[in-house]
Design a protein around this ligand. Structure first.
Ligand SMILES: Nc1ncnc2c1ncn2[C@@H]1O[C@H](COP(=O)(O)OP(=O)(O)O)[C@@H](O)[C@H]1O
Ligand SMILES: [Mg+2]
Length: 341
């Protein structure tokens, strides 16, 4: 096995400590992913230098020049506080001719614009919720055929920023209010989609050309109060106490309706290819009781923390955490950079 010289690109505030000794779980939590990846790669014999990146590409340039890395392991989710700038950082790596892990900039750009991603998927006859974009500074005009309930979210931000139970709206007044909220608080255009009532499932995919899927994973809300929409709000994703209260857990999806158990992995691969993703990604779907699956979102470079959904579902496919990271390194090293033979 080739021993890589890895620069681990992390947010400047999330550079992991060399050891977790003396740290409580809570203290380690913010940079747990960075820590897990760094330690695991080192245990496998790779050399790893964490490089903090915030609003300056100079650190990457200096590391590329002085450390002679064979690959950049990309854990960045933003640049200078802007989510969609993550694609530009990867473009910069490509222009440096430095191999990198995870998704290429074309795929990141497509997937991170929720409207663009859905337009491309529709072209490929992949079912997506109908939607319209409510642009900042313009009056909200709901297309007549788009009926309530609708869900309002940011066009480009991730991590359920701006998503709460109030995001699901049932009339035009609430719709306008919620769009104004996204414009004002998240400061992006808003994506307004038909609310798909159903189960929420995730499919992990790895690969560049030949793709492998992991077993379908489900987000279960066991104790959410009756009638409350079962959606992954910011609180659902980030508030431990709330997670306990609503009985949140993720697990292999069981007894999926219709033929979904067989068709979802194929569908996930079609989405991955349609959006030109590479490396690894998680495709999120809502499935209805009638057995229809709608793509909600494509997440290139999903959370890689040990024990998180993506790694857990890989493990269920027989791929341990170190094997998963090695696979991601190999895919990055093999991805053919544009302009190279
Ligand atoms: N059209 C929809 N129908 C039902 N639930 C939705 C829909 N869109 C989003 N959601 C809920 O909101 C959550 C976050 O939306 P998503 O588009 O994945 O944004 P983010 O990038 O913030 O994760 C989803 O995981 C899902 O629970
Ligand atoms: Mg999501």
């Amino acid at each position: 096995m080739k021993r890589h010289r890895v620069i681990l690109l992390c947010h400047e505030d999330l550079i992991p400590p060399d050891s977790s000794e003396g740290l409580t779980d809570k203290q380690l939590a913010p940079f747990k992913t960075e820590y897990d990846v760094m330690v695991t790669l080192r245990e496998m014999g790779h050399t790893v230098w964490p490089i903090g990146v915030s609003s300056d590409l100079g650190g990457i340039r200096a590391a590329a020049d002085h450390l002679n890395p064979t690959i950049a392991f990309n854990l960045l989710e933003e640049f200078d506080g802007v989510g969609v700038y993550d694609a530009h950082v990867v473009s910069y790596l490509e222009m440096l001719r430095l191999p990198y892990t995870g998704c290429n900039p074309r795929g990141l750009m497509l997937a991170h614009n929720k409207a663009l991603a859905k337009m491309v998927c529709r072209y490929h006859r992949i079912a997506v919720p109908e939607f319209f974009v409510a642009t900042m500074g313009r009056k909200v005009r709901r297309p007549q055929k788009l009926e309530f309930p609708l869900i309002v979210k940011s066009l480009t931000e991730e991590g359920s920023i701006g998503i709460s139970q109030a995001s699901v709206v049932h009339n035009d007044e609430k719709l306008s209010e919620r769009v104004a909220f996204i414009h004002r608080e998240v400061r992006t255009d808003a994506m307004v989609e038909r609310y798909i009532d159903g189960r929420e499932v995730y499919v992990g995919v790895v690969g560049n050309n030949r793709l492998q899927t992991f077993p379908t994973w489900e987000l279960v809300f066991e104790k959410l109060r009756d009638g409350a929409p079962k959606i992954a709000t910011g609180k659902v994703k980030w508030d431990d106490d709330y997670q306990k209260r609503i009985g949140l857990r993720t697990e292999p999806a069981r007894d999926l309706p219709g033929a979904l158990a067989e068709t979802l992995p194929r569908l996930a691969k079609r989405c991955y290819r349609a959006l030109q993703l590479s490396g690894y990604a998680r495709l999120d779907f809502r499935v209805t009781d009638e057995g229809r699956a709608y793509l909600l979102e494509a997440n290139p470079n999903p959370q890689l923390m040990y024990g998180e959904d993506f790694a857990e579902s890989a493990e269920a496919a027989g791929i341990d955490y170190d094997q998963l990271l090695q696979r991601i390194l190999n895919l990055g090293a093999r991805y053919r950079l544009l302009g190279q033979a």
